[in-house]
Design a binder for this molecule. Structure first.
Ligand SMILES: C[S@@+](CC[C@H](N)C(=O)[O-])C[C@H]1O[C@@H](n2cnc3c(N)ncnc32)[C@H](O)[C@@H]1O
Length: 219
């Protein structure tokens, strides 16, 4: 039996089916999943990890930008699909967490590939100038809306903007599910989703996968 998040956004039997069908990781990624579980580190859910792998495998990115590194799990996952010479820049504001990520990246032999910048993404994003094939937003949910312009600016044409947790345990979709202290995050996530859908530079789909994911392509 799959252990369910009680706040899963689809019926538990659907999640169970998806998880049973999705190939499991082994080796270092599995170790990181176990570490995350044991230490309550929020990493991407298995279905979302699989979506990231598929999108990266299609795109074969040269440059990925990630907002929200945590212990480096999703960066290490995505690195498998980089083009030759490809790199990942990942942002993490918590110094201890960034240090753990760097150690994990070193253990994975990826120190030359994945660069962890330890700073507030809100400050770093406006300073970046490179163009990215994929931007993965998995940091401060309440600030996605304020990061959208920079994300679009930093994406190559044809590049993908992927944002996790946008349905936020279902709260984004329905007022009745909103916990009072989360109302600001929820309102901003709704604005973020609407803004992506309405931006002429983007073609966006909202997927009820994991905790809700938007995938947008810059056109
Ligand atoms: C959901 S976790 C990222 C998980 C990671 N992407 C994975 O799947 O392996 C979100 C991370 O974003 C970091 N974070 C939150 N706000 C941030 C900010 N303003 N700037 C940079 N990092 C931030 C948190 O410290 C946390 O480690």
């Amino acid at each position: 039996m799959v252990e369910y998040d009680k706040d899963a956004i689809v019926y538990p039997y659907i999640t169970e089916y998806l998880r049973n069908e999705t190939p499991k990781h082994d080796g270092f990624l599995k170790d990181l999943e176990e570490y995350a579980e044991k230490n309550s580190v929020p990493i991407v859910q298995p279905e979302t990890a699989q979506l990231l792998s598929v999108l990266c495998a299609i795109k074969r990115p040269l440059r990925i930008l990630e907002v929200g590194c945590a212990i480096g799990y999703s960066s290490i996952l995505m690195s498998e699909f980089l083009s030759d010479g490809g790199t990942i820049t990942t942002l993490e504001w918590d110094a201890d967490t960034a240090q753990i990520a760097r150690e994990n990246i070193k253990k994975a032999g990826l120190s030359d590939v994945i660069n962890v910048i330890c700073n507030d993404a809100k400050e770093v994003l406006p300073t970046l100038t490179a163009e990215y094939d994929i931007v993965f937003l998995d940091g401060p949910k309440a600030h996605y809306i304020y990061m959208l312009n920079d994300c679009i600016r930093l994406l190559k044409k044809g590049g993908l903007l992927i944002a996790d947790n946008v349905l936020y345990k279902g709260m984004t979709a329905d007022d009745e599910h909103v916990i009072r202290r989360k109302i600001t995050i929820v309102k901003r996530l709704r604005r973020f989703i609407s803004a992506q859908m309405q931006r002429k530079e983007l073609k966006t789909v909202l997927l009820p996968l994991g905790d809700g994911v938007t995938v947008a392509v810059k056109i």
